[in-house]
Design a protein around this ligand. Sequence first.
Ligand code: ADP
Length: 401
Amino acid sequence: MKILVLNSGSSSIKFQLFDMSDTAVLAGGLVEKIGESTSQLTYRKFKVGTETDKHVFQQPIGDHSEGLSYIAALLLDEEKGAVKSSAEIAAVGHRVVHGGERFSEPTIVTAEVMEELQKLSFLAPLHNPANLQGIEIAAEVFKQATQVAVFDTAFHQTLPEFAYRFAIPKEYYAQHGLRVYGFHGTSHAYVSREAAKFLGIANDQFNAITVHLGNGCSMAAIKDGKSVDVSMGLTPVGGLMMGTRSGDIDPGLLLFLVEHLNMTGQEIDQLLNKESGLKGLAGDNDLRNVMQQYDSGDPEAVLAVTMYVYRIKKFIGAYTAALGRVDAVVFTAGVGENSAAIRSLVCENLEVLGITLDEVRNKEKTSGAHAISASGSNVNVLVVPTDEELEIAMQVRGIIS
Ligand code: ADP
């Protein structure tokens, strides 16, 4: 069975085609800068996990429909392609950012589901419309395939009410759905399950704190294999400090921006989502560049990294208290998997929580899931590479078979 996974953003489409008999990636790539004159399509083909072919096409791609047509043509191409006919693709799995309270499982897309998803777009106006457009176009391009929506919020639908409610009058929740949803669910689900497997603990007895540090950053508290708390809230701007997002701020700050600086909703959105975080404090959202400045002693970079790390430490403390017993702290995504320096700073002085890092293991370049905690550490500290596309493909397989 072959499953295509699509992640349609506002100006990009990421794709990966899996052969689910062994979950091998057959082909994948990215269409970027859709709607600009500098659009680019990168296409990769794989054989037994090894890249055999890479093509980069630079040409204007006007819209998502055009982008997906190019992807389909490449996947079916006699020479470069990975399938002989589009009928080989049993299903297309779509990453959908917000599933609200309605969707806690991967869902086969019907006209009725599309209607409900459209209604939910107000909860994620920056993401859901592009995700939905991707579904509509894919249903035309891959007519025989079952379209399945997989939600970033779904894994966190197990949060208890005391963790997901805001302390504001009930009607804001009841009438407008204002509550904590949490995001990066496919990543938290995937790495916590892989971590349990790595440690030989049954998933339904596994307690962990998962730390997803990419451009977007979030942490989850996992109890008995289920998400019981998450750092992102109603939207993906809450919680940890991120590449360009502020993370948690005092809500009174928003009132100040409105009342004293006369800022509009759009301006505040731009400020908190695009101009804050590492970028706002150190002038760059790429942690590699910020770490270079940090190493050279640049005071702004030192402050930015110290704040970034301090937030993560505070959440580790909070989630340890929430869970009572922690089997593992699991680092993942671009920063979590690659920055030994950040992992080391986060775990510094956490012996009080039973966390001791082995600095040598931490610096070793090891692929795949691996432990970086010291032998005597009460809590395992792991690095587990995330694979959101594979998780989506597996969830799709689960629902269609
Ligand atoms: P996205 O959220 O877009 O999927 P990624 O998970 O790819 O993001 O993470 C992107 C982040 O990872 C960037 O801030 C980048 O600087 C950081 N990163 C990637 N490699 C390294 C590295 N070797 N050291 C430090 N940071 C890294």
